[in-house]
Design a protein around this ligand. Structure first.
Ligand code: GDD
Length: 424
């Protein structure tokens, strides 16, 4: 029996995802037309003997209630949201619900970060984990040496795949193999987390005896019940024949910023072609959008590539959409152009308007194949040079206005053209 747990974090975690996380929890932001968390859930569904999926986070319960009940019905599999009263860290959060998880008497626990985009090769990873016979197996991928330091870097034995060394976001280069935030554990993971708690207690008792040292380290001390999977579990257990790695050659991205979400949407749309082609628009499938009255679509008409249009969107005649996410209740009026952009809920784009990236970026976007399409945004860099344009909720772009490489916060009306700006 297998239980899957997806760590969804909470409102304080999704801040780099603003303005898109202002009115929907980041895990529910749609990628390829489905909430971000839906993609790992569907991947979990492919694991044999999966009995339950838990989402663990510190968002309000009501924010997930609707989604969780809909997905449980659709998959005929119990999916449940468990709310932490405060953040306990990625391992501490798992530990706080150990009684629920162990109720199912699982032989394996699949643990996933919600903010990664991947093909999640879970059944193959589970098979590998059983062969290795360790406490845990970590999904890893090779990335460029320059980008590796944004992640947990690790070294594995090329023959046995044992995890030999692990450093979280190191300052000096360790390895171009990184932790993908996807794990399989045996229930012994709870004992490993428990021993971190015990160790913490012992050191804090020691510190109490040595008040000078206590003063020095007070600022560095984490709350006793806060345990991070990477620093507190993976690092100390590396090289002890307990942890193993499984390398994926397929796609993987971390979804921290809105800029990267367009690319992840494209990756999932491309995956639909193989695993759920019925979800892709063909213009003639049973799941096609409503066509009102007599509509003729000329064979030369173009939409896409990489376009997701959400519920109740109204797209006028002569509109051109390329690489964009159009969210619920958006209206795009006649002859507008939207390229490399995310258009927030209830926004409207006027006639002959353009919402796009700069021409330099546009040529970059269109001439390079997808994997080389680097997002210009750096972690924490909340500015406009991100290679896409984002309109928050209920933004109105008036007729003939051009919006280039900008972020527009919710409820703004744009009646003049803007470039490389953040409209607050
Ligand atoms: N429920 C809950 N409670 N979830 C949490 C908490 C918590 O207290 N803290 C973090 N999370 C969730 C986040 O929402 C995210 O999905 C995941 O746990 C990991 O978040 P972080 O601990 O903030 O780490 P990170 O995303 O910067 O990096 C981790 O993931 C990378 C892969 O995406 C590390 O493990 C890296 O080594 C790894 O490369």
């Amino acid at each position: 029996r297998v239980v899957a747990v997806i760590m969804v974090g909470g409102p304080t975690k999704g801040t780099r995802f603003r303005p898109l996380s202002l009115n929907v929890p980041k895990p529910l932001f749609p990628l390829a037309g489905q909430p971000m968390v839906h993609h790992p859930i569907l991947a979990c569904r492919r694991i044999p003997n999966l009995v339950q999926i838990y989402l663990i986070g510190f968002y309000e319960e009501r924010e997930f209630a609707l989604y969780v009940s809909a997905i449980s019905n659709e998959l005929r599999l119990p999916v449940r949201y468990l709310r932490e009263d405060k953040p306990h860290g990625s391992a501490g959060g798992l530990y706080s619900f150990r009684d629920y998880i162990m109720e199912e008497d699982p032989s394996h626990i699949v643990l996933l970060n919600c903010d990664v985009c991947s093909s999640f090769p879970l059944p193959d990873m589970l098979e590998a984990h059983k062969r290795y016979g360790g406490l845990g197996t970590v999904l890893v991928i090779k990335v460029s040496a320059e980008s590796a330091n944004q992640f947990g870097e690790l070294v594995a034995d090329p023959v046995t795949n044992e995890l030999l060394h692990y450093t979280e976001k190191p300052e000096t280069f360790v390895s171009d193999r990184i932790n993908c935030g996807v794990y399989i554990f045996t229930p012994d993971i709870f004992t490993a987390i428990q021993s971190v708690f015990t160790l913490r207690k012992e050191t804090s008792n020691l510190r109490r005896m040595n008040s000078f040292e206590a003063l020095q380290s007070a600022t560095k001390t984490l709350p006793a019940d806060y345990v991070r999977l990477d620093q507190d579990i993976l690092s100390p257990l590396a090289g002890k024949k307990q942890l193993y790695t499984y390398e994926t050659l397929d796609f993987w991205e971390q979804i921290k910023t809105p800029g990267i979400s367009l690319r992840c949407s494209a990756l999932y749309l491309a995956q639909y072609r193989h695993i759920s082609p019925h979800l892709l628009a063909t213009g003639n499938g049973s799941k096609s959008p409503t066509i009102i009255g007599d509509v003729y679509i000329h064979p030369s008409a173009k939409i896409g590539p990489n376009v997701s249009i959400s519920a109740n969107a109204r797209i006028g005649a002569g509109v051109r959409l390329i690489s964009c996410i159009i969210l619920d209740d958006v209206e795009i009026k006649e002859n507008a152009v939207v390229m490399h952009a995310i258009v927030g809920w209830k926004s409207s784009i006027g006639r002959w308007s353009r919402v796009q990236v700069s021409f330099i970026l546009l040529s970059l976007h269109s001439h390079l194949p997808l994997p080389f399409l680097e997002c210009k945004q750096k972690p924490g860099d909340y500015n406009a040079k991100l290679g896409i344009t984002i309109l928050g909720e209920a933004v109105a772009v008036e007729d003939e206005v051009v919006v280039v490489n900008s972020i527009v916060l919710p409820n703004k009306t744009l009646n003049v053209s803007v470039q490389e700006e953040i409209i607050l």
